[in-house]
Design a protein around this ligand. Structure first.
Ligand SMILES: Cc1cc2nc3c(=O)[nH]c(=O)nc-3n(C[C@H](O)[C@H](O)[C@H](O)COP(=O)(O)OP(=O)(O)OC[C@H]3O[C@@H](n4cnc5c(N)ncnc54)[C@H](O)[C@@H]3O)c2cc1C
Length: 375
């Protein structure tokens, strides 16, 4: 695509904004349309641990490391921000063999991984009570965290400065395609307004499969319930991200903590009117666990809790790139969209602006699911 052509981005989460900003930097005219406010999807309620330590295949590992690289550049260029940090990660498990296996797999991949005796951990990871640790724990000094609502606002400022057009509260939008399938010609808001575009990016998080299904493309979908809890300000001294058997925990701007886990999800329910019901005991138990693992055991008080869907493609790997069945339509549907937020936007925009497929995205095309006749 020649620079200066019009691109419509559907979805105002981190991936939509990051793609939109990269497109503007490359000279495209960009319209960003989203259901409600920007950042109101998964990007508004994410733990956002920046990592590549989960024992992935080589391609996914490389993409995640590139994702971390872009955050390091952002941090170097934005000294003083309090919403992005690389102060490492600490992992432990009830099963000591799982920790050793994780360490060995990470070391083989060249990931910075140190298996430490319990008493050596505080020197690497301040703010944790070593008394709660098993004999050994795994430290990953290269890991970090980001607050996505802050990043989304940061990207939105650049989006506006570069002349992007933003439409919020557009409701659930649909694609406008030629009869009987692609190419895609634009999008339609819930209110029926149509916007023409030369290319459309669908970055609707857990809503992506529904948007594509409306245009005849079925994507396997394992999106799942998740809930992030943010605390009141607390004197905690924690800088790293903790991943433990009963809680994942990180610092949050304003002296707060952000925390989540999966053990309580059967106590969170979606009601018929679309709102959520949360067993308040869950919040008390999660806050108590945060207090238990922190040095000095400060009182942790939940301030807000946000349940909702977390986008996860059917096979757990990202879906990124133009859809063969819908030319002119790029999909971005991924788990770990915090880690991938910047790199995904950069690579998608590069493909749209240059017309060349990016080799890093080859393993992540939707066609691997062999949908429809075009696959
Ligand atoms: C509790 C939790 C913990 C997480 N932890 C991590 C982690 O530790 N590390 C990590 O890397 N990732 C993590 N993630 C995942 C990461 O946050 C998401 O992958 C990422 O935020 C997804 O961004 P997105 O832009 O794709 O989607 P979203 O942020 O969901 O944005 C999509 C937007 O599209 C809008 N939309 C949907 N359908 C339509 C439609 N039809 N028309 C118009 N607009 C539409 C939505 O309203 C939404 O605003 C976590 C997520 C959660 C919820």
């Amino acid at each position: 695509m020649e620079n200066g052509r019009q691109v419509a981005v559907l979805g105002g989460g981190v991936i939509g904004l990051s793609t939109a900003v990269q497109l503007l930097r490359g000279g495209a005219e960009v319209l960003l349309v989203t259901e409600a406010e920007i950042g109101s999807g998964a990007s508004g309620r994410s733990l956002s641990w920046l990592n590549a330590g989960g024992g992935y295949g080589e391609d996914y590992y490389r993409l995640r490391m590139a994702g971390i690289d872009r955050y390091r550049t952002l941090l170097a260029r934005s000294p003083g921000i309090d919403w992005l940090a690389f102060d490492g990660g600490l992992y432990w498990d009830d099963d000591p063999f799982a920790v050793v296996d994780r360490h060995n797999a990470q070391s083989r991949a060249g990931y910075d991984a140190r298996l430490l005796d319990r008493d050596d951990v505080p020197a690497y990871v301040p703010g944790v009570d070593p008394g709660v640790l098993p004999h050994r724990a795994l430290v990953n000094p290269g890991e970090g965290w980001v607050s996505l609502p802050h990043l989304v606002r940061h990207l939105a400022e650049e989006f506006t400065l570069r002349g992007g057009t933003l439409i919020e509260h557009a409701g659930l939008c649909t694609l406008v395609a030629a009869d009987g399938g692609g190419p895609v010609r634009g999008l339609r808001t819930a209110g029926g307004e149509e916007y023409a575009a030369d290319a459309v990016v669908v970055a609707c998080g857990a809503g992506t499969p529904a948007v594509l299904a409306g245009a005849g493309v079925e994507l396997p979908d394992s999106s799942d319930l998740a809930m992030l809890v943010i605390s009141e300000p607390v004197d905690h001294g924690l800088r790293a991200v903790l991943n433990t058997p009963r809680i994942s925990l990180r610092p949050h701007p304003g002296g707060r903590l952000a925390m989540d886990h999966t053990w309580y999800l059967d106590r969170v329910q979606r009601l018929d009117d679309g709102t959520w019901s949360v067993d308040l005991e869950v919040l008390a138990e999660l806050a108590a666990e945060a207090s238990r693992v922190l040095a000095g055991h400060p009182e942790v008080v939940p301030q807000s809790w946000q349940p909702g869907l977390k986008p996860v493609p059917g096979d757990g790997e990202p879906v990124l790139g133009e859809l063969a069945a819908l030319p002119g339509c790029w999909a971005a549907f991924t788990h770990s969209g915090a880690t991938l937020g910047l790199i995904a936007g950069e690579l998608l925009a590069d493909e749209i602006l240059t017309g060349r497929r990016h080799p890093l995205l080859e393993p992540f095309r939707a066609e691997r699911f062999a949908y429809g006749e075009e696959s």
